[in-house]
Design a protein around this ligand. Structure first.
Ligand code: G
Ligand code: G
Ligand code: MN
Ligand code: NA
Length: 256
C-alpha cells in the first residue's frame, strides 16, 4: 500500500506534526490543559484525516512510532511553555495496542525525563474499548503508568460498553464525556440528564471531568451549572498550532 509506505517515510522524516486543542476551566476561564492531536499533510494528497492515518498506523504496527513521535513533540512543547511560566497539563491519545505493551511505562518515563516534565502534568487518554480488548494486561500497564504519577483519562466516555465496570475497577483520574452527549445538551433533554448525572457521579468519585464537544455558549452555561468541569470544543478553541496556544496562554495570564 502506497499510503502506508508514505506514512512510514513521514514518521522517519519527522513530518508528522502536532496541533493542540485547548481545555478551559469553565469556572475561571483559563486554559488548564491542551490535547495533542497528530496531523499529517501528505506531499501530494494534502491533509489526511487523523482517524484515517491513525487507523493505518494501528493496523500496521506503526502506531508505536506515531505515539512516540507525538509524545516527544508534545512534551517538548510543554517543556517550552513551562519555561515561560505556564503550568498546564498535556493530554496525549493512546491506542488500544499500547495497553498490551509492557514496555510503555518505561517509554513514558524516559520521555518525561528527557524533557524534564513532571509526571503529573501528563495525561494519557485511553478508550473503553481499548481497555476491554485485554482487560487484565491493560490493568497492569495502566497501573504501572499511573505509578509514575501520570494521569489516565477515559476518552469518549459513554460510547463504550462497560462504563460503570470501568469506574469501579480501574484506577483512573479523568473522565472525558463524549461529544455525542455533550454537544446536544441544549436541545436534547435526555442528553442533558445523562451529562449532568455523569458529571455528578464522576466528581463524587473524585475524578476530573472534561466535557468534549462544547460547540456553543448555551452548552457552556449549562455545564457551569452542573459542577466544576473542564470544557473542550470548537466553540472554545479548535485544534491549533502551538503559536496560537501561546497567544491563548498569554491572554489567560492577563485575565488571572
Ligand atoms: O483531531 P481529529 O478530530 O482529526 O482526530 C480524529 C481521531 O484521531 C480522534 O479519535 C483522535 O483521538 C485521533 N487521534 C488524533 N491524534 C492522535 C494521536 O496522536 N494518537 C492516537 N492514537 N489517536 C489520535
Ligand atoms: O476521540 P478524541 O476525543 O480524541 O477526538 C478528538 C477530536 O475531536 C479532535 O481531533 C477534534 O478535531 C474533534 N473535536 C474537538 N472538539 C470538537 C467539537 O466541539 N465538535 C466536533 N464535532 N469535534 C470536535
Ligand atoms: Mn482524545
Ligand atoms: Na473523544
Amino acid at each position: 500500500l502506497r499510503l502506508l509506505a508514505d506514512l512510514r517515510a513521514a514518521l522517519e522524516r519527522r513530518m508528522i506534526h502536532v496541533e493542540y486543542q485547548p481545555q478551559f476551566d469553565l469556572d475561571h476561564g483559563g486554559v488548564v490543559a491542551v490535547e495533542a492531536l497528530a496531523r499529517w499533510s501528505h506531499p501530494e494528497r494534502g491533509p489526511i484525516p487523523a482517524d484515517e492515518f491513525v487507523q493505518l498506523a494501528e493496523n500496521s504496527g506503526l502506531i508505536h512510532d506515531l505515539t512516540a513521535c507525538v509524545l516527544d513533540a508534545a512534551l517538548g512543547r510543554l517543556a517550552g511553555w513551562r519555561a515561560l511560566g505556564h503550568d498546564i497539563r498535556m493530554s496525549v491519545n493512546l491506542s488500544a495496542r499500547h495497553l498490551a505493551d509492557l514496555a510503555l511505562p518505561q517509554q513514558v518515563a524516559s520521555a518525561l525525563e528527557r524533557h524534564g516534565v513532571p509526571a503529573d502534568r501528563l495525561v494519557l487518554e485511553v478508550t473503553e474499548t481499548g481497555v476491554l480488548a485485554d482487560a487484565v494486561r491493560a490493568d497492569v500497564v495502566l497501573r504501572a503508568v499511573r505509578r509514575l504519577g501520570v494521569a489516565i483519562a477515559i476518552d469518549d466516555y459513554g460510547t463504550g460498553n462497560a462504563s460503570l465496570t470501568y469506574l469501579r475497577r480501574l484506577e483512573i483520574d479523568e473522565l472525558k464525556i463524549d461529544r455525542s452527549f455533550v454537544s446536544s445538551i441544549g436541545e436534547d433533554h435526555h442528553d442533558l440528564i445523562i451529562v449532568r448525572s455523569t458529571i455528578a457521579l464522576a466528581l463524587e468519585l473524585g475524578l476530573r471531568v472534561v466535557a468534549e464537544g462544547v460547540e456553543n455558549q448555551a452548552t457552556v452555561e449549562l455545564l457551569r451549572g452542573f459542577g466544576s468541569v473542564v470544557g473542550q470544543g470548537f466553540h472554545l478553541g479548535r485544534p491549533m498550532p502551538p503559536a496560537e496556544i501561546e497567544v491563548l496562554l498569554g491572554a489567560s495570564e492577563r485575565v488571572a
